[in-house]
Design a protein around this ligand. Sequence first.
Ligand SMILES: [Zn+2]
Length: 160
Amino acid sequence: MREFPDMLPLWGNPCPLRVLPAEKNQVIFDGEQINVFMIPPMNQYRFVNLIAEWYREVCREAAADMVRAWCDIMGVSLTQWKITRAGRSWGSANTALKRINLNLWLAQYPKECLEMVIVHELTHFYESRHTERFYAILTRYCPNWHQVYEKLRDKPMNRR
Ligand SMILES: [Zn+2]
């Protein structure tokens, strides 16, 4: 099964990966190893889909408390937040509808990256564009945002 990677990152840590044929699609992280159970045929396309859905769940769990806490701190109220499989953006905000979206692949990076993207999107509720004022507000809540952004430049895994 050379078409699958040996390792996958979870919150910035490389985890050994095992891909096994099964009767039910399922991803189980046992604390050390990521076990992917897949109904054959086992190919790269279906593997990426499975792992993406797993990252979505992992991301949703981690983001729930962070979104709640940062909405409180920054005085923003949302009607909805979602974990999406966006192509290029790490997050997006719709201030008219009071929604934010967060990219599921953030689960591959250190948790502070997810947190910084949440703060970034909530900052848009004060300033819609990336102006000086925007970055002044972001810096107030997340002083090291620049270093955190640097970590998001690495591409640990090909994705679609
Ligand atoms: Zn932005």
